[in-house]
Ligand binder design. Structure first.
Ligand code: FPP
Length: 240
């Protein structure tokens, strides 16, 4: 990590090649809204704005890959109104992204079991991924995503290909994140200290950072704190 002083502005953090991929478990939207006497869905819509702001900031500080947990395979158990609200935000985002300026620099990829979504939405997600593929900042949005489901999906794909001798690289190549480096840092907001079925395979050697800040409140300086915590750790990857 380096601290960079830019003309007329305060010193700020820039990451180096040790921190290429940051992942976020965006927790706390519901509580954030309820604290304000608002319906939980309001927290998700403010959370979506936070997502755009934080993605922009991560790009600015030199991160190349960012993954967010937007909707898990377990989130369907929520009240139908809340599920509809989150899906509405995602669809809106997919629709609007083509017109956004970020389109020039962000590669959007949706990870998860997308087969449950309408053909039309699947097509839009695929198009967005394809049209933005050459952009330098890679943003993975996990929807209908579960880490266990992803591993089962990879194994089934290998069986279908007739593979009998399976190694780690084969599994990694069939995950939804294939081609993307593993996360170096996973940040969970909202105060809980669980992985909640997020990037189970990919996070084998990730550093975790937990903060009680609720996702809609996450600020650029909270990201700096997570980055600083990452650089304070000694990553041994199983060595000494
Ligand atoms: C967890 O907070 C949050 C979710 C399950 C949904 C996250 C979705 C968004 C922020 C919208 C994302 C949009 C885009 C475009 C990526 P929670 O509801 O579990 O909060 P709680 O713990 O306070 O109940």
């Amino acid at each position: 990590m380096v601290l960079k002083k830019e003309k007329g502005s305060a010193e700020r953090i820039l990451v180096d090649e040790r921190l290429q991929h940051i992942a976020f478990i965006m927790d706390g939207n519901g509580r954030w809204a309820q604290k304000r006497g608002m319906p939980r869905k309001y927290g998700h819509s403010v959370g979506a704005q936070t997502f755009r702001r934080i993605a922009g900031y991560c790009r600015e500080i030199g991160i190349h890959y960012m993954t967010v947990y937007a909707f898990s395979t377990e989130n369907w158990k929520r009240p139908p109104e809340e599920v509809r609200a989150i899906m509405g935000i995602l669809e809106d985002y997919i629709q609007k992204f083509s017109e956004m300026t970020e389109k020039e620099s962000i590669h959007i990829r949706f990870i998860g079991n997308l087969s449950v979504f309408s053909k039309d939405l699947q097509e839009k997600m695929e198009n967005l991924d394809r049209e933005t593929a050459s952009n330098p900042f890679h943003l993975n949005i996990a929807i209908n995503y579960g880490g266990r489901e992803e591993i089962v999906h990879a194994c089934k794909a290998l069986i279908c290909e007739g593979k009998t001798d399976i190694g780690e690289a084969d599994i990694a190549a069939h995950l939804y994140t294939a081609g993307c480096p593993d996360p170096d840092l996973v940040v969970r907001t909202g105060g809980d200290t669980r992985t909640s079925n997020f990037l189970l395979w990919q996070s084998a050697y990730a550093e975790y950072h937990f903060t009680s800040v609720l996702w809609p409140d996450l600020s650029e300086s909270d990201v700096d704190a997570a980055v600083a915590a990452f650089y304070s750790r000694h990553r041994r990857f199983g060595g000494v």
